[in-house]
Design a binder for this molecule. Structure first.
Ligand SMILES: O=P(O)(O)OC[C@H]1O[C@H](O[C@H]2O[C@H](CO)[C@@H](O)[C@H](O)[C@H]2O)[C@H](O)[C@@H](O)[C@@H]1O
Ligand SMILES: O=c1ccn([C@@H]2O[C@H](COP(=O)(O)OP(=O)(O)O)[C@@H](O)[C@H]2O)c(=O)[nH]1
Length: 494
């Protein structure tokens, strides 16, 4: 099989810089080893029709990394617009933050179409496409429209919200029906899958049996594949990183104080305001922690051109400065707040230095920082993870201290408990989490998806035959019958 992996954000093998988000961080090491071609945005845009859409193609392990300049006229409407101001807020249950202009959906579909045409360069009889994330929900349908019958899979890195919330996305029916062109649709958690299937049944009227949606084209199988990390590799990096100057300087500056760490993109889904409020509450209601603990909050700027993100950056800066101004002392700063990123090799050492990892998103697809924090700990004297029950990671890391990120006092209490926890309990909790991280590695995530994609496509070939012979009688739950397996959202498929 010739695997082509597609995502908006990609990462370079040689990049000696901080990762922008978990998708790129997770895919880089596995795609590199798989020999696949990884296609994504170069981060630049270009005007007009392009004879050669690929700006750069470079070697990536035994495969390649191919980057395109996306169309200038549609990039804003696609990335800042429909993807990150309509889909992202809805997927994270923040329909109140949806802001789209009339043309954004058109731009989103144009970019999906543009990517589909560019991908044809890599099409061979044994090609399989694996599309990543909400930027490309309609890419499978665009590829089918171009005649692609090869396996096409899709994985969603974010949560999938309730049918009512997804119903707030402009053009939701058109877009979500287009997703059924995929042979396999992967989700981070069972709840995400179940929300998606409820929408497909209730809003689109398709028949769903055991997670399989039957459409006129064939079938779209929906499964859960929680993304993981290479825990042992991360543990090695963390051990090595303790000698890194940034890490040893941090240790020295603590002067025996305990450290709580938070590492997030500056995104409203990450629950940063409530987290700072919880740390403030810890210090004000339990003053014995003053001068004996501080919070290192790394908040890397993200999607800064979008108003909601700019507003959050201002609000957070004000909040942190209020806490530090009110509670700080000449020789103690309660919150060390940084708007910059670190390389993972350094980050691993920062995690290991902290007695508590604070990961409290309001909603999160997975949250790899939670997994990395656990993997980075010293097995003899591990730190404690305080984790939101609304992060996908909470499904596996259930021996963390699970918290409700809307309950500020509950979080303050959990930080207090974590800071005071005896080493025997810390070890028991950590060992249970580490065992799960080892089982659910990113390598297993990758190979499980690819294996399932092949079998879903085989099942589809059989289903197409069966549907063709029973089509006149096939009654969909929505009340309309599908006569022929060739028409799908206006596109000719199979
Ligand atoms: O590419 P950006 O707009 O800068 O955003 C960064 C990435 O954010 C999101 O990451 C998600 O993927 C992680 C790995 O599966 C997961 O742990 C996390 O919960 C998700 O939020 C987004 O989904 C990616 O597409 C972005 O590249
Ligand atoms: O300074 C930083 C901050 C974050 N990351 C990486 O960015 C990813 C964040 O992924 P996560 O799933 O936690 O959240 P996302 O940003 O994708 O929503 C993790 O792999 C981090 O190691 C990094 O390399 N340097």
């Amino acid at each position: 099989m010739n695997l082509v992996v597609v995502s908006n954000r990609v990462a370079r093998a040689s990049a000696n810089e901080p990762m922008t988000g978990g998708l790129a961080a997770a895919l880089l090491p596995v795609v590199e080893k798989s020999g696949a071609i990884w296609v994504g945005s170069s981060g630049r845009v270009r005007d007009g029709a392009q004879r050669e859409p690929f700006a750069e193609i470079e070697q990536l392990g035994s495969g390649a990394l191919a980057m395109l300049d996306l169309p200038a006229a549609h990039y804003g409407g696609y990335y800042e617009g429909f993807a990150n101001s309509a889909l992202w807020p809805a997927l994270h249950s923040r329909a109140d933050l949806i802001r789209v202009s009339q043309d954004d959906y058109h731009s989103y579909r144009e970019v999906n179409g543009f990517m589909a045409r560019a991908l044809m360069r890599f099409l061979k009889p044994d090609t399989a496409f694996w599309i990543q994330d909400y930027h490309f929900l309609a890419l499978g349908a665009e590829l089918r429209a171009l005649g692609v019958t090869q396996p096409i899979g899709f994985f969603l890195h974010t949560p999938w919200a309730s049918p009512a919330t997804m119903g707030c996305v402009p053009h939701n029916r058109d877009l979500i029906e287009a997703m059924l062109a995929y042979d396999l649709i992967g989700f981070q958690t069972e709840e995400d899958r179940s929300n998606f299937l409820s929408y497909v049944k209730a809003e689109l009227g398709f028949v769903v049996t055991d997670g399989v949606v039957t459409t006129a084209r064939g079938i779209a199988r929906c499964e859960v594949f929680p993304i993981g990390i290479d825990a042992d590799l991360f543990a090695q990096q963390a051990q090595k990183a303790t000698a890194h100057p940034d890490v040893s300087r941090l240790r020295k500056s603590l002067n025996g104080e305990k450290l709580v760490i938070g590492v997030d993109r500056l995104d409203y889904s990450k629950g940063l305001i409530n987290r700072i409020n919880a740390f403030d509450r810890l210090l004000t209601t339990r003053p014995s922690w003053q001068r004996t603990v501080s919070l290192l909050q790394i908040a890397t700027p993200s999607r800064g051109a979008i108003e909601a993100y700019g507003n959050l950056q201002g609000e957070l800066a004000r909040l942190v400065s209020d806490v530090n101004g009110r509670l700080g002392e000449a020789d103690w700063t309660p919150i060390r707040y940084l708007n910059k990123g670190f390389r993972q090799g350094v980050l691993a050492g920062l995690y290991r230095t902290a007695q508590v990892g604070l990961v409290t998103p309001l909603q999160d697809g997975m949250n790899l920082v939670a997994k990395e924090y656990v993997a980075a700990q010293n097995p003899i004297d591990p730190g404690v993870l305080v984790l939101s029950k609304f992060a996908g990671a909470a499904q596996e890391l259930d021996t963390a201290l699970l918290v409700n990120p809307h309950d500020v006092e509950g979080m303050a209490r959990a930080i207090d408990t974590a800071l005071s926890m005896p080493v025997t309990e810390r070890r028991l909790r950590w060992e249970a989490m580490m065992a799960k991280l080892r089982r659910g590695s990113v390598q297993a995530w990758f190979s499980d998806f690819v294996t399932s994609l092949e079998s879903a496509n085989d099942a589809n070939s059989e289903a197409v035959g069966a549907i063709a012979s029973t089509a006149p009688a096939l009654k969909m739950a929505g009340g309309w019958s599908r006569r022929s397996p060739v028409a799908f959202s206006g596109a000719i498929l199979r």
